[in-house]
Design a protein around this ligand. Structure first.
Ligand code: SF4
Length: 420
């Protein structure tokens, strides 16, 4: 039986909306529509909410025996918060939490507002910077225009370069790029641009936050073609121009390869997958919600009736919606139960499993693409450790249930096998 003291046990991700407005107007983002929405949350979080949140998280960490807290500063665009307030607010959060949990703070930004003063603040508060970038300039500009329809690529890359300089100088931890995968784009061109033109060694491709009710997954062949292109660029990047080995991490793919080739990393993946529902979103007004990626799937998942002012964290994770996610994570869909990739795939992202009819109890809506990705990665994995070793790792089923933060620390992540 696995030990409950694994670094990935008792872990919670908190997505904190510092600013619920954005200086860009990406057509796929709902913040674009908030400017004139009288029901929208307040544009910027205030000091009272931050102080209350810091105390609320401290109590919650105690009640749930949390060891690791990953605090993601999000928006809208979080850098719309004035620097002085940002400095004070992050200081308040660190002051209340640093001695209670292992606190990692990241920020997800479109990068356009980053300047030297922001770099100083990121360094001061030990913040991991993630920048959203959708590919070469024309693609990025089409998907990330500002409110006047002007492209944002140049401003984003200017911000990225400042972060890269700070990373190279040892002032900031390595940065990552988040790129929204789009099957209408040329996957190879997108990946080559990120790896070769921008010199990025670590990035992730985000699958759309859509489930079975969305038409986006109907043509999986388009998705498979997109990822074939990405794979081509990834393999070409294995050596740099001088022929030296270069290791580029594309998180979506690298995680699969690790989970197929290395038992220790496969076990890490088991733990991560068992706790993938452990994400809460806090709005600028203190509403507590499920993972930001999940709430847009269905109105019933987007409740605003609980706030940090009236509901403790333990009460929230004991609630019906949270427990629905826990149940989904430990329930293997029939289709997945006979799949060779179950251990490395674990039915994919939770939000891709959703349908209004069946909730989260489906295989991923991107299953065909995930299956094709594993087939593409298998030769690489076999070359690394041999096909027998890959088969042995994949053949070992994870033997613990989903993390359930509503239970005490000793029971979390221990116990019965999946419910099939
Ligand atoms: S590839 Fe498909 S069937 Fe296999 S585990 Fe993933 S979602 Fe399930």
């Amino acid at each position: 039986m696995s030990s409950p003291s694994h670094p990935f046990s008792n872990k919670l991700d908190v997505v904190l909306k510092l600013a619920e407005r954005c200086n860009l107007a990406c057509p796929y983002c709902y913040y674009f529509f908030q400017e004139n929405n009288p029901n929208a949350n307040r544009p910027l979080i205030d000091r009272e909410t931050i102080v209350h949140l810091a105390q609320w998280l401290r109590r919650g960490a105690h009640d749930l025996a949390l060891k690791n807290l990953f605090l993601g500063l999000h928006g809208g665009e979080p850098l719309l918060l004035p620097k002085k307030r940002f400095d004070e607010y992050v200081g308040i959060l660190r002051q209340h939490l640093d001695d209670r949990v292992d606190l990692a703070i990241s920020i997800q930004t479109n990068g356009t507002l980053i300047d030297a003063e922001w770099i100083d603040l990121f360094e001061k508060h030990r913040i991991i910077v993630g920048i959203s970038l959708d590919g070469p300039e024309p693609l990025h500009d089409a998907s990330r225009p500002d409110h006047k329809g002007r492209g944002s690529y140049q401003a984003t890359v200017r911000g990225l370069r400042l972060v890269q300089e700070a990373v190279a100088a040892g002032r900031l931890p390595p940065t990552g790029i988040l790129c929204v995968a789009n099957p209408e784009h040329d996957g190879e061109a997108v990946a080559r641009h990120i790896i070769e033109d921008l010199g990025i060694d670590s990035f992730n491709l985000l699958l759309p936050r859509e489930g079975h009710d969305s038409p986006i997954w109907r043509d999986q062949q388009k998705w498979i073609a997109y990822f074939r292109g990405v794979m081509k660029a990834w393999q070409a990047s294995a050596r740099d121009e001088q022929g030296r080995r270069r290791q580029v991490v594309i998180y979506l793919l690298s995680r699969m390869v690790s989970a197929m080739t290395n038992e220790r990393r496969a076990t890490e993946n088991d733990w991560l997958q068992a706790g993938k529902q452990n994400i809460i979103t806090i709005s600028s007004e203190g509403h507590i919600q499920l993972d930001d990626n999940v709430i847009a799937l269905d109105d019933r998942l987007c409740r605003t009736d609980q706030t940090i002012f009236d509901t403790e964290l333990l009460e929230f994770v004991s609630g019906d919606l949270w427990q629905e996610l826990v149940h989904a994570v430990q329930t293997v869909p029939t289709q997945c139960s006979v799949c060779d990739w179950l251990r490395s795939c674990r039915s994919g992202y939770l939000y891709n499993r959703y349908s209004k009819q069946n909730g989260f109890l489906n295989a991923s809506a991107a299953c065909e693409t995930l299956d094709a990705l594993h087939h593409m990665l298998l030769p690489l994995a076999a070359e690394m450790v041999g096909i027998e070793a890959v088969a042995e790792i994949l053949g070992r089923r994870p033997d613990y249930q989903a993390s359930n933060l509503a239970l005490d620390g000793n029971r979390t992540l221990m116990g019965a096998p999946f419910d099939v």
